[in-house]
Design a protein. Structure first.
Length: 402
């Protein structure tokens, strides 16, 4: 049995704790216990409900090895992967190929979403993803309602998107995808969800009014760090091309207030690595997306240090874990021992410091005040200033099978 002591994030605050654990957390104590390794900060392993780990025919962008190491580097121990792979995860054959790759290569535990309308009963499949081109097909909504599995919707109306301006630079990507595309789509899909009884989650909500509409209808809502902390005035260059686009300073300010008040359910990264060559293409040929996983624990702690409420940490740990029925994401007796140890060590985000194959970050050149030193996955040390041994990841849902 191992033991660590330090300031641990428990119940929305940091407490000086002593934590004894094996595969699960056996005991936590405020009273000093002998034989404990000292740590500066201890977080529960983060749970990211929206990532793109790539692999299959897109290994030049990233694979389960590179991107799961990026996850560990950012304090993430569970990822739920989206299905827009090559090939798309829309049949049993492609699902089995993805499962085989993840099982061999992943350093973190995982779950899968499939591409609408394919939604099997397999427990490792936690839901189905709907993209704009499929938005108003009721089939996946009904299937979600029948199985009780999540329906995650990229809410941008395809007809409204056609009305966007023609632009030739990622700096003006927001003009090509009007705010109204998201607002119209959210209005429609919450009504479709009501009619079919589906378990709707609005993916990467970027506008405050989208959040308000979805929450009034009883739907779940996720936000990304780029929509929450960065506006279109903050970001220039290839990383400014992301869907939905970055919004105005006013939208960011209002979104922050909604998150601070507890009106948003989850934080997700929508981690989307692309090769540098792809992100260097002309605007029309440049794929959208931002890589995030490598920096998440230090970045979020820096925001807390600046005064942002600690709810942002719960939205990325206990809230998604509870939502998925996972026995993790919280430092408490009986929970799986997914623990992240951070040192008070400043470091500069650079291409050399990142594990993601994208080799890029919105924080490039920024100094962060904390660094992930160790990560325990189900009680086993899997990261100590780098990976320990080989991949140890598996199904986050132990009941899952194919």
């Amino acid at each position: 049995m191992a033991c660590i002591s330090g300031k641990a994030f428990v119940g929305g605050r940091f407490l000086d704790l002593f934590i004894r654990f094996s595969e699960v957390i056996e005991r936590i104590s405020l009273v000093k216990e002998p034989g404990c390794d000292e740590a500066y900060l201890i977080l529960p392993g983060f749970v990211d409900l929206h990532v793109h780990m790539r692999g299959l025919n897109q290994r030049h962008k990233g694979d389960w090895g590179s991107e799961s190491l990026a996850a560990l580097h950012g304090g993430v121990t569970v990822v739920a992967d989206m299905p827009n792979n090559d090939p798309p995860i829309r049949d049993r054959g492609s699902l089995e190929r993805k499962y085989e790759e993840a099982s061999k290569e992943s350093y973190v535990d995982f779950l899968f979403y499939t591409l609408a309308p394919f939604l099997p009963e397999d427990p490792i499949v936690v839901g189905v993803k709907v993209y704009p081109e499929q938005l108003y097909d009721l089939t996946p909504f009904r299937r979600s309602g029948e199985l009780g599995k999540e329906l995650v919707v990229h809410a941008e109306d395809p007809e409204v998107l056609k009305l966007g301006e023609t632009v030739n630079s990622p700096d003006y990507h927001w003009k090509a995808r009007p705010d109204s595309a998201e607002l119209v789509a959210v209005e429609k899909v919450v009504e479709m969800s009501r009619l079919t009884g589906s378990r709707l989650r609005i993916a990467h909500a970027s506008l405050p009014d989208s959040v308000i509409t979805a929450k009034r209808a009883g739907s779940k809502v996720e936000v990304t760090p780029h929509h929450l902390f960065f506006s279109r005035e903050d970001v220039r260059g290839p990383l400014a091309k992301v869907n939905p686009p970055l919004r105005s300073d006013e939208d960011v300010s209002r979104l922050m207030k909604l998150v601070s008040s507890g009106s948003v359910d989850f934080l997700v990264t929508d981690h989307a690595p692309h090769s540098r060559e792809e992100k260097s293409r002309d605007y029309e040929e440049m794929p959208p997306g931002i890589p995030w996983l490598d920096v998440m624990a230090p970045f979020l702690l820096s925001k807390v240090k600046e005064g942002f409420p600690t709810i942002i940490l719960e939205m990325y740990s206990s809230a998604p874990a509870s939502h998925m029925g996972l026995n993790r994401g919280t430092i408490a007796p009986g929970m799986l021992a997914d623990l992240v140890v951070l040192s008070k060590e400043e470091w500069t985000v650079s291409e050399r410091s990142l594990y993601t194959r994208a080799g890029d970050s919105l924080l490039m050149g920024k100094r962060l005040p904390y660094k992930v030193e160790k990560v325990f996955l189900r009680g086993e040390l899997v990261f100590h200033d780098g990976p320990v041994d080989g991949p140890k990841g598996g199904l986050a849902n132990s009941r899952g099978s194919l």
